[in-house]
Design a protein around this ligand. Structure first.
Ligand code: GLU
Length: 467
């Protein structure tokens, strides 16, 4: 059997990290088995579905590198097929027309509530003769649910879950305006798309029982289910906006790398021993349904950040430069020149370990592309005392004589200089850093000199001395 999974979001907002995790689990499971991962937009709620949300989902999946097979299925385009499935059930007497008015249904619901019964519909039109049908009411179509026995879900996460059929009333398949209900659409689509495994949030566990009844009525194979506990926030409540950013887009904007978010999300609710960091290949190789946790996983931004640090350090220098160039250009109000890009690339090995997130990397890179005279921040300016300036003037003369400008020659020259003057390296390095970067924190001073090159370094030193 070829494994076919699907991600079936309702495009009504941004791509929630919980949904992204659902997509990821489905993607991993399909890739692990060399099967298919399909994307279906459950956009039948025309009022709530927007094209903007569709784009957010697609962009988010692409950014996370979760590629889907075949074309995107739009549930709204399959309504005729859904209605056809309902008609088949009617023909086979497995479904019936229900002519209840909204008032009657409301009465039934109130009565059920009073009895404390989950059965909201009493099945009255299941037994009535259609000749009794009122002419002024457009009927709905309801399924004849089994009246006794049990519906059993063998869930990969929840174990065996048993529903008493008496508790499940005859659900509506087609509304009185002929439109299919969510339950019917999901079942018809999962069947037609050949879905073998449904991995989704455990908020759909009750739906699984109703969907199973429908699959069985149609004589279709019921897919395997894995209902994963929803992600919670640090306080143990379901992850929501209250906890901070919950959209994939927000993490992208905040400068997380897609592979970091992906790695973090795999571990939220699934485990492979104590492994925290793994490559996509490893995740694909190891992923299974047996190690999905039954308890709710907690979203922990600090942990995510640590994962991000790991991936930034491993990211290719070129890629990081590409990622930051537009935002850097915006920050300094001009396009980046080739020279800037070269310097940035050369600086990446030094900057990467100092940056947890992309915005931090941008901050740390700014000094490289500032035009002279560079802006010196307040803290850095305090380091440029008169004494410090005279040291820098002196040191500039020494550095001027260097013919070869590289990390080792500048280091030897500066160490030689402080030894001769019998001063500490810090007393030169601190003001030098202030003059070269305009800040008090930067990569190592020898690296900064090397990154900037001789001309720019000496130019900045001379600006600092004059300031
Ligand atoms: N459209 C549903 C949702 O976004 C998912 C339905 C399913 O996976 O069966 O929650």
């Amino acid at each position: 059997m070829t494994v076919v999974t699907r991600f079936a979001p309702s495009p009504t907002g941004f791509l929630h990290v919980g949904s992204a995790r659902t997509a990821l689990f489905n993607w991993l499971y399909a890739r692990h088995h060399g099967g298919k991962f399909l994307l279906r937009l459950e956009d039948t709620d025309r009022k709530r579905s927007t094209e903007e949300a569709v784009s957010a989902i697609i962009d988010g999946l692409r950014w996370l590198n979760l590629d889907w097979d075949d074309g995107i299925v739009r549930q709204s385009e399959r309504m005729e097929r859904h209605a056809e499935v309902a008609q088949r059930l009617l023909k086979e007497s497995k479904a019936y027309h229900c002519y209840c008015t909204p008032e009657e249904l409301a009465e039934m619901r109130d009565a059920a509530r009073e009895r404390g019964s989950p059965v909201l519909y009493d099945g009255r039109w299941r037994y009535r003769d259609p000749s009794e049908a009122p002419t002024h009411v457009s009927p709905t179509v309801r399924i004849k649910s089994p009246l006794s026995g049990e519906t059993v879900i063998k869930d990969h996460v929840q174990g065996t879950v048993t529903f008493a059929n008496q508790q499940l009333d005859d659900m509506v398949l087609l509304r009185s305006d002929g439109t299919p209900t969510y339950m019917l659409s999901v079942v018809a689509d999962d069947h037609d798309m050949g879905v073998t495994h449904v991995i989704r949030g455990d908020d759909h566990l009750n739906n699984a029982a109703r969907q199973t009844i429908l699959f069985q009525a149609l004589g279709w194979t019921v897919p395997e289910f894995a209902h994963v506990p929803l992600i919670h926030g640090a306080d143990g409540a379901k992850l929501s906006k209250r906890h901070g950013a919950v959209g994939v887009e927000a993490y992208r904007e905040d400068g997380y790398l897609p592979e970091a978010l992906r790695n973090y999300l795999v571990r939220l609710g699934w485990s492979h021993g104590d492994d925290e960091l793994f490559t996509t290949e490893q995740a694909v190789e190891w992923f299974d349904l047996n190690h999905l946790g039954r308890g709710a996983a907690r979203f922990d931004v600090d942990r995510l950040q640590n994962v991000n640090v790991h991936y930034i350090q491993r990211a290719q220098d070129d890629r990081l430069v590409e990622m930051i160039r537009d935002r850097l250009a915006k920050r300094c109000g001009r396009d980046l020149r080739d020279r800037d890009l070269e310097r940035l690339k050369a600086a990446m090995p030094e900057l990467k370990p100092r940056s947890k997130l992309i915005p931090e990397l941008i901050e740390n890179s700014l000094f490289i592309i500032h035009d002279r005279p560079i802006e010196i921040d307040e803290k850095a300016a305090k380091l440029l005392t008169l004494d410090a300036k005279s040291l820098l003037r002196d040191l500039a003369e020494v550095l001027e004589t260097l013919e070869d400008w590289n990390q080792s020659t500048v280091e030897t020259a500066i160490r030689g200089y402080v030894a001769e003057k019998e001063i500490k390296l810090g007393s030169v390095a601190q003001p030098l850093r202030a003059g070269l970067t305009g800040r008090t924190i930067s990569p190592g001073i020898f690296e900064v000199l090397t990154i900037l090159g001789k001309e720019e370094s000496l130019g900045r030193m001379s600006d600092a001395v004059k300031a």
